[in-house]
Design a protein around this ligand. Structure first.
Ligand SMILES: Nc1ccn([C@@H]2O[C@H](COP(=O)(O)OP(=O)(O)OP(=O)(O)O)[C@@H](O)[C@H]2O)c(=O)n1
Ligand SMILES: C[C@](O)(CO)[C@H](O)COP(=O)(O)O
Length: 219
């Protein structure tokens, strides 16, 4: 089974506010994109890695990822960046799409996602149960309780049958889904879950960065 991984790393990291692309920000002395790629390779099942970088930071990104990883320019949002990465992958039985920002995702999650695709599922997401009580706010600021039974927080890497993921991106049009599984669902394909891991949290804010830094130093 040949596994290719696309690592969208072309975001600016506005919410982190570090003044450089988030994927280049260091967690305990190692760039997030380096950690994300190393985590994929540590799974032992990833053959090919495509890192999608901001066009003006290609060399900086190349300098911090293994030479076997290819680095290509990204697009104006995550959907566009993943599409750029998809164009660069060669022959594969499974495609993983993994945010650089989820840089501490354990290798066992990578293996579980790829295995589920290998077992015949066309779209697989790692997910963890939502722990908080959830309310939805309406336009007037009123909040209504949402039954959290069955609600899951979805992580990456997400795994796909390459043909299905390509078809979903071709059909995306104006659909700026926040993840690739959302695009796949929009073409009517089934998305299944495998257990995620709290360590696969996304570094979005300065507090997340502090937590990632502390966690990385522990392990
Ligand atoms: N045009 C974009 C936007 C995002 N991403 C990537 O998608 C992942 C998830 O996005 P997010 O965490 O929202 O990163 P940013 O878009 O950089 O964050 P912000 O919204 O705070 O600017 C990140 O690894 C990010 O680099 C990307 O490749 N191309
Ligand atoms: C892909 C993702 O990480 C799954 O949870 C998430 O949807 C990315 O969201 P963002 O707003 O682009 O950070």
């Amino acid at each position: 089974m040949r596994v290719a991984a696309v690592v969208p790393a072309a975001g600016s990291g506005e919410r982190l506010g570090a003044g450089l692309p988030k994927a280049l920000v260091e967690v305990a002395g190692v760039a997030m994109v380096t950690r994300a790629v190393d985590g994929l390779l540590a799974s032992g099942i990833v053959d090919d890695v495509i890192v999608v970088a901001p066009a003006e930071h290609l060399e900086a990104m190349r300098a911090v990822v293994p030479t076997t990883a290819r680095v290509v320019p990204g697009g104006h949002d995550r959907v566009a960046s993943v599409a750029c990465g998809l164009q660069a992958i060669g022959c594969a039985d499974v495609v993983l799409v993994h945010d650089a920002a989820r840089c501490l995702c354990p290798p066992e999650v990578v293996r579980a996602v790829a295995k589920a695709v290998g077992d015949g599922h066309v779209a697989v997401v790692p997910a963890i149960p939502v722990a908080d009580t959830v309310r939805r706010a309406d336009a007037e600021g009123r909040v209504v309780l949402v039954d959290r039974t069955g609600l899951l927080a979805v992580q990456t890497p997400q795994g796909f049958d390459p043909a299905v993921l390509r078809r979903a991106h071709e059909a995306a049009g104006d659909n700026r889904a926040t993840d690739d599984a959302g695009l796949v669902e929009a073409i009517g394909a089934e998305v299944v879950t495998v257990p995620g891991d709290p360590r696969a949290f996304k570094v979005t804010s300065p507090l997340d960065l502090a937590m990632a830094d502390a966690l990385a130093r522990l392990t």
